[in-house]
Design a protein around this ligand. Structure first.
Ligand SMILES: [Zn+2]
Ligand SMILES: [Zn+2]
Length: 370
């Protein structure tokens, strides 16, 4: 069966390869301890492309599975069960998404507890990214414990599940930390960046009843601005509304979600925090850019305002389950809105177009069933 693969580190090496078995067959993990954890085969519907995929394709990030010279791409998956053993909890035709990260061989405490997103050793693997074949294949296999069932209502937006899980994890953690340390009744949120992650963060924060301001380099008539407005959020152009002055414009900012992919913005985002506020950093910034900052002010600000900054990456099954509920609530509350985040669908045979970013792209998906 056909799959889209690349040789990490070799330029222009994305290609269609022919797999003898569904993607992931060669390196299935043993069943979760104490369970049968059956293997489920999934027919891929579509797979989203994000900055990580572009880094793998264009900048040599990523790692092929042991003993292979190529990596099957794709981590933002959506599929339908092709076959599942009786008693697996899954049935043919069922809409599903698979999580991305797999536990480290040492079985560190977070990995052993099903939280490989918080792996301590760093020896985890990731499907479609690090050492494990991904989901850009006609079919893939996975253990039931890494699969999440989805309702049919998510058919058109299920490809946004993986980015949604990242957002949901960040928000759940922010809420848990804040509730543990103070009476937490947030009203005002700022989201930096209006890509798929930023827009999903805005939607999930609106669901939670917060006022939301997106800060991005997008004009007022752009698609992200229109989508934000439809959900009762506003999008402000970053050039007209400097981040460090947002507090004066908006009042006390209780939560900042940073998703621009630019580290200097992430640092500035901290300065927008109001009293007792929390800042969730989610940008993976792989470069080495430097910037001069007034460390006295930054420190004083954090200390005197009881402010909290934390980073978040990846997501485990619990976050995927919560994200499915949020995405479903989004579809119910604003019908047709979330699916506009998927701005391009490219048939698998024309895969090259999917890795060629266009100015108006928000989320591009590679379709395996058209
Ligand atoms: Zn991604
Ligand atoms: Zn681990």
């Amino acid at each position: 069966m056909q799959a889209i693969a690349t040789s990490p580190g070799r330029a222009n090496s994305v290609r269609i390869v022919d797999l003898a078995e569904p993607s992931g067959s060669a390196a299935l993990l043993p069943a979760a301890p104490g369970t049968e954890d059956p293997v489920v085969e999934v027919a891929t519907v579509e797979v989203g492309v994000c900055g990580t995929d572009l880094e793998i394709v264009h900048e040599g990030y990523g790692q092929a599975p042991a003993g292979q010279d190529r990596l099957v791409l794709g981590h933002e998956n959506l599929g339908r069960v092709a076959s599942a053993p009786a008693g697996s909890g899954f049935h043919p035709g069922q809409l599903v998404v698979a999580t991305v990260r797999r536990p480290c061989p040492e079985g560190c405490p977070p990995c052993a507890a099903g939280q490989s997103d918080d792996c301590l050793t760093g020896h985890y693997t990731e499907r479609g990214i690090l050492g494990r074949d991904g989901y850009m294949a006609e079919r893939y296999v996975e253990r039931a414990s890494f699969l999440v069932p989805l309702p049919e209502t998510l058919t058109r937006v299920g490809v946004l599940m993986e980015p949604s899980s990242i957002v949901e994890k960040g928000l759940l953690e922010a809420e848990a930390i804040q509730r543990a340390r103070l009476p937490w009744a947030p009203r005002q949120a700022v989201v930096c960046g209006a890509g798929a992650i930023g827009l999903l963060a805005a939607l999930f924060l609106r669901l939670r009843g917060l006022e939301v301001t997106l800060i991005a380099k997008s004009p007022a008539d752009s698609l992200p601005a229109r989508l934000a407005a439809e959900a009762g959020a506003r999008l402000w152009d970053a050039d007209d509304h400097p981040i460090d002055r947002l507090g004066t414009e908006l009042g006390n900012i209780d939560l900042v979600f940073e998703a621009t992919g630019v580290s200097s913005v992430a640092l500035q985002a901290i300065s927008a925090l109001g009293r007792n506020a929390v800042c969730c950093l989610s940008s993976v910034t792989a470069g080495h850019r430097t910037v001069a900052i007034d460390t006295d002010s930054l420190n004083l600000n954090l200390v005197l305002g009881n402010k909290l900054v934390f980073g978040t990456v990846n997501a485990n099954r619990r976050h995927f389950m919560a994200a499915a509920r949020s995405l479903e609530a989004t579809v119910r509350r604003w019908p047709g809105l979330a699916e506009q985040i998927v701005t391009r669908r490219v048939p698998a045979a024309q895969f090259a177009a999917a890795f060629d970013r266009q100015p108006d792209d928000i989320k591009t998906a590679v379709s395996f069933q058209s």
